[in-house]
Design a protein around this ligand. Structure first.
Ligand code: GTP
Ligand code: SPV
Ligand code: MN
Length: 625
């Protein structure tokens, strides 16, 4: 044990006297670890190197503890299943806080608590929180180590499940630590890391037996935007606990992006190549559980078209040197919704999963040592152990997998991974899709009249709620740019930032913006558009609009495909269903106007004038229709 000198740490942490056997001389990191160790009082400290041996040791230990089940089926090599506590199955938005210095800066979309008060609360709940457990220190980088401006973090956690999952979702360990140290010698600012503290909140008394999934009924997912800190307590699940993901790469990164002139978004990135061999990069912002992973891994239904993926959940958009927008996926894995992912709907995901090295959470176990979830195969196996550990048969009432069950799989196992995924500073973005889950009103695809109208599309985006977050499923909520739970600052300022950032691009390089909806119901009450691979037809129209070759019809809400411009050759859809999915219904839009007005009222003066103006113009066009 070495003792740390009492010098002020660069991240604002006061160093304390206990130090770990730190494999680093980077003082801010030693200070951070010392302070958290002193507060949380773990039994041991482990500095995560990210190696395979370390991972094997951790997974062995979790199998022993009952946290993981080792899959023995050859269909899932080197893979594991975890079952969470039934009360810890999704992000907890009601317990997620943006503790900015001024309440105004958290805005109406976030929970806010005065920072000093929250720090007091956190000091209380984290005091001794890691007793009886090992504290893991995970150096990580979001995006590429070789990026011009690498974004580092260090997650301290008492959950080995988090360590194993972070190893899939982000670049972690020794290499990252070495890079932080290297940069700290030349450019202290570039070596900055976001301190991220996580505890499941279940300290163990001496001799007390552990449970397979420790957690706490009391949960806090807290962000301090000015000091770029994350504190998460009480949950072991996904976005609550893998702090590089939503907490850093969206909430904290959106604040960094505001200050530095770029965008951190809840988007997939897809590379499309047309039969003529020209490639385009398209991103898509859809709320949680609304189809990003599926579109990111699309298997094109049209001959001659090729799709490759760059990412399925988070996209960082930065203005490039030539006035273009460049996109990069800061993650290195999928944390994808399992139910509905199958060989018949998403074969690319299934192929990546079947290469192994995956952690499944809240799926069902098959009798032959594999996993299953609703929609993996058309027919369910005769017998399963469901996600709660009970016997399950096709006659059972409850689903075998939790609706928010997830697969966690390395992205480099994707056969259709675009080589540009590895570009440290990203690729030029050509189009943005905004999409939600709407039974009515929103047509299959609408092109915005211009960039500002496209921001209006994003700002009014709406969707029926899903199982990805706690709460009631199926009610319509507005979800600006699919970022409602992830904007780390005032939502009006966020829209203003979108307006301003476009000033950093050359107008001819601004991506085209489209609104899509795969979920509209037809007159028979079922989803009208076949979706999944058939979304290729919409993507084709998007690309042809970029190239200027496809026709479009002006409507009050924007440009929709003309009858002949959407390729429906060989598509299994009735004329009625096609019409139902494309229709602009003026009566529905009159109601929608009311919904948008109510939504905009929340913003007060922070709504950009140019967005308000779009609403007025829309009203004029609809009333004239
Ligand atoms: P998060 O990981 O929570 O951010 O979700 P996501 O946006 O990546 O959603 P995902 O692709 O996992 O899809 C969620 C659900 O939507 C699954 O149950 C899919 O089966 C369903 N889905 C995806 N694409 C389509 C589509 O084109 N049509 C229909 N009808 N359903 C779809
Ligand atoms: C989402 O909810 O948007 C997810 C899953 O991608 S989680 O990592 O839990 O945020
Ligand atoms: Mn997501």
């Amino acid at each position: 044990m070495t003792t740390v000198a009492k010098a002020p740490g660069a991240n604002g942490f006061t160093p304390l006297s206990i130090a770990a056997d730190a494999p680093t001389t980077h003082q801010p990191l030693i200070d951070f670890v010392s302070q958290i160790a002193d507060l949380t009082k773990p039994d041991a400290i482990h500095w995560v190197d990210g190696s395979q041996q370390e991972n094997d040791r951790l997974t062995d230990q979790m199998v022993e503890a009952g946290t993981l089940t080792r899959l023995t089926s050859p269909d899932f090599p080197n893979s594991f299943a975890a079952a969470s506590d039934p009360a810890d199955v999704a992000r907890v938005e009601s317990r997620t806080f943006i503790c900015s210095e001024r309440e105004r800066d958290a805005g109406f979309t976030n929970n806010w608590v005065e920072p000093a008060e929250m720090r007091k609360t956190l000091d209380g709940v984290f005091d001794g929180a890691m007793q009886g457990r090992t504290m893991y220190v995970i150096p990580f980088v979001m995006g590429h180590l070789e990026a011009d401006d690498p974004k580092f973090g260090v997650e301290i956690t008492d959950s080995p499940y988090v360590v194993a999952s972070m190893r899939i979702m982000a670049r972690i360990g020794t290499e990252v630590l070495a890079k932080i140290e290297e940069l700290s010698r030349t450019d202290e600012q570039k070596a900055f890391f976001v301190p991220a503290v996580h505890s499941v909140g279940a300290p163990l008394q001496p001799g007390q037996a552990d449970v397979p999934w420790p957690c706490n009924d009391e949960k806090y997912i807290v962000h301090f935007p000015e000091s770029r800190e994350i504190w998460s307590f009480g949950s072991g699940y996904g976005g609550n606990a893998l702090l590089g993901k939503k907490c850093y790469a969206l909430r904290i990164a959106s604040v960094m992006a505001r200050d530095e002139g770029w965008l951190a978004e809840h988007m997939l990135i897809l590379k499309l190549t047309n039969p003529q061999g020209r490639s385009y990069f398209v991103s898509g912002a859809f709320p949680s559980a609304c189809g990003k992973t599926n579109l990111a891994l699309i298997d094109p239904s049209l001959k001659g078209w090729k799709a490759e993926t760059l990412g399925d959940d988070i996209t960082w958009i930065r203005p490039g040197k030539d006035g273009e927008f460049r996109v990069v996926n800061p993650e290195s894995g999928y944390f994808g919704v399992a139910p509905g992912t199958g060989w018949h709907t998403n074969a690319n995901a299934m192929r990546a999963i079947s290469k192994g090295n995956s952690i499944f959470t809240n799926v069902a176990l098959t009798d032959d040592g594999g996993v299953w979830w609703e929609g993996m195969t058309k027919e369910a196996p005769d017998h399963l152990i469901d996600w709660r550990g009970n016997d399950w048969t096709p006659d059972s009432d409850a689903p075998a997998a939790h609706p928010n069950a997830r697969f966690c799989t390395p992205i480099d196992q994707t056969d259709m991974l675009a080589p540009e995924y590895y570009e440290p500073n990203g690729v030029k973005l050509d189009a943005i899709l905004f999409g939600g889950r709407r039974k009515t009103t929103v047509p299959l695809v609408t092109e915005s009249r211009d960039w500002n109208h496209g921001i209006f599309f994003g700002s009014t985006l709406s969707s029926e709620t899903t199982a990805a977050a706690e709460g009631q499923v199926g009610t319509v909520r507005r979800d600006p740019m699919a970022m409602l739970p992830f904007i780390g600052y005032d939502a009006g300022d966020y829209l203003k930032h979108w307006v301003e950032v476009s000033g950093r691009a050359e107008p001819q390089h601004l991506p085209k913006i489209f609104l899509v909806n795969w979920f509209r119901r037809g007159r028979d009450g079922t989803i009208a558009w076949p979706g999944f691979a058939e979304n290729t037809r919409v993507l084709k129209w998007v690309v042809e609009r970029i190239e200027g070759t496809a026709g479009a019809e002006e409507t009050p809400i924007g440009l929709i495909p003309t009858k002949d411009s959407l390729d429906t050759d060989g598509l299994d859809i009735s004329d009625e269903a096609l019409e139902d999915s494309l229709r602009v219904d003026v009566e529905e839009w009159k109601q929608e106007l009311t919904g948008i007005e109510e939504w905009f009222a929340n913003f007060g003066d922070s709504l950009p004038a140019s967005i308000q103006a779009e609403l007025e113009e829309l009203r004029t066009r609809i009333n004239a229709a």
